[in-house]
Ligand binder design. Structure first.
Ligand code: P53
Length: 476
């Protein structure tokens, strides 16, 4: 078995990382607009300013790669590669600048109409992330984000506005990007908790409210158009035991359950898994969960499961004391001597993708989509303008081979949208030099450059992959 005939090949971006035009046509500021650029090692600890000071600092999301004014050119390039699908996010703050308005901003709605019409010209299916790290800043500042139940209603209204407006243009939706980062350090871009320190109870309460918001959107969306496919989206960090010592294996099982299974269980199965209920009990975390909430979670289960996959990590019983931490270091895992790492320390693991696809599918048995995958790397432009990113081609080749094997294993994988199909700013560090694209954008970490687009070697390679429906992976 190989890639099915209607397999959705494409690419993915997020508004705050590519659109720019952060205050144009009535757009409000999102939480991400308050993030300054970081550095290669900053990871998710970029400076976050409550008051934006553009005279003093550079905020990369403010200009992005100016997709807002280049979308026609960019979509034409996606079409040239043969994209069947393009995953993009809608900036909540273009539609409801503060998040709590009565009526939406027409200019914002019109922009996405134009984008969808442009995609339709080429027969590219949009896949829309409703909220991708771009909660309105106002909701964080004045409501403590999703800690306040009213935000559930704001989100529902925002999602419903999109569903009504685009019901004939968009079929595939995702409610929240990487929802399982919701209680972690950079979760504030998802939950809006940045005014003070928040207790663990408050963080899980905000996440609970996000689950409810997601479920309400699923229910509302299916009423508006029963053909809609509405999915969840998780950051999947695959975990292996560092050794076969049973203590390491057990610790891995626990860490995996909490990070990788918990949110998917709620969104696909419609209820909290037993291990989280016990975790809450044992840690005296008392959430407000009503009978009505439970019914809503059941009713609002998603149609399909999507995730980002960049790396795997190892877990050991004595994790906290270990010196051999793996890079990227968001999860406190330790390194795997069998894997290479990217220049940002992420452990590259193609075989892990097959393992992961089987792990997820055996748990949920709903259609899966890999909606992010790719290699953040430094690219060098040659004198003749060419960019020979063979390392990126190699990365994709190895991952695509494993996806095909997973399909052969019987996994119902329906699509693949590599991250940052056009270079954009990094979510973790705010750098431009951490590039993922098939398309190069002339822009540096300080915001200089012509913004000109050019095709990397991987552009031609990926075109050939799509053309052959995954059969022709040979080097150029
Ligand atoms: P950047 C960390 C680990 C895994 C996924 O990340 C992550 C992050 C956040 O840094 O986020 C997703 O840009 C996210 C995208 C992001 C992409 O991974 O830090 O959904 O917005 O750009 C890659 O290299």
């Amino acid at each position: 078995m190989s890639f099915p005939k209607n397999f959705l090949w494409g690419g993915a971006t997020a508004a705050n990382q590519c659109e720019g035009a952060w205050d144009v046509d009535g757009k409000g500021d999102s939480i991400s607009d308050h993030n300054r650029a970081g550095s290669r090692t900053a990871n998710t600890h970029r400076a976050f300013d409550l008051v934006i000071d553009t005279d003093k600092y550079y905020y990369p999301s403010h200009t992005g790669i100016d997709f807002y004014h280049h979308y026609k050119e960019d979509i034409a390039l996606f079409a040239e590669m043969g994209f069947k699908v393009y995953r993009l996010s809608i900036a909540w703050t273009r539609i409801f600048p503060n998040g709590d308005e009565e009526t939406p901003n027409e200019a914002g709605l019109q922009f996405y109409d134009d984008v969808f019409d442009e995609l339709a010209k080429y027969g590219i299916e949009p896949l829309v992330t409703i909220s991708h790290f771009e909660l309105p800043f106002h909701l964080g500042k004045n409501y403590d984000g999703f800690l306040d139940k009213r935000s559930i209603g704001f989100y529902e209204k925002y999602a419903t506005t999109l569903f009504e407006r685009y019901k004939d243009k968009v079929k595939y939706w995702l409610t929240f990007n990487e929802i399982n980062f919701g209680t972690m350090d950079h979760g504030k871009r998802i939950n809006g908790l940045f005014n003070r320190e928040y207790s663990e109870t408050e963080q899980f309460q905000a996440l609970h409210n996000i689950f409810l918001a997601s479920a309400r959107a699923v229910v509302a969306g299916h009423k508006i158009n029963p053909e809609f496919k509405i999915g969840c989206m998780l950051a999947y960090i695959t975990m292996y035991p560092k050794t076969c010592r049973p203590e390491d294996v057990l610790k891995t099982q626990q860490a995996n359950a909490k990070f990788n299974y918990f949110c998917g269980d709620v969104q696909v199965k419609g209820k909290y898994p037993y291990f989280m209920k016990r975790y809450f009990e044992k840690n005296d975390i008392q959430l407000e969960v009503t009978q009505e909430d439970r019914e809503l979670l059941q009713e609002g289960v998603v149609d399909y499961y999507t995730f980002s996959y960049y790396m795997s990590t190892c877990i050991a019983e004595d994790l906290d004391k270990r010196e051999d931490k793996s890079g990227g270091n968001l999860f406190g895992g330790v390194s795997n001597e069998y894997l290479e790492t990217s220049d940002w320390g992420w452990q590259i693991d193609a075989v892990g993708l097959r393992y992961t696809l089987n792990q997820i599918y055996s748990r949920y048995e709903v259609p899966l989509m890999v909606v992010e995958n790719g290699l953040g790397a430094f690219d060098e432009v040659q004198e003749d303008g060419s960019i020979n990113d063979d390392y990126r081609i190699d990365y994709f080749k190895r991952h695509i081979i494993e996806m095909e094997k997973a399909i052969d294993d019987g996994v119902d994988l329906i699509g693949y949208t590599p991250w940052g199909c056009i270079d954009l700013i990094s979510a973790g560090t705010g750098e431009m030099s951490k590039r993922y694209g098939f398309i190069y954008v002339d822009r540096d970490d300080e915001g200089n450059g012509t913004l000109a687009r050019s095709k990397k070697k991987s552009f031609y390679w990926y075109k050939q992959v799509i053309e052959s429906n995954g059969k022709n992976l040979s080097d150029l």
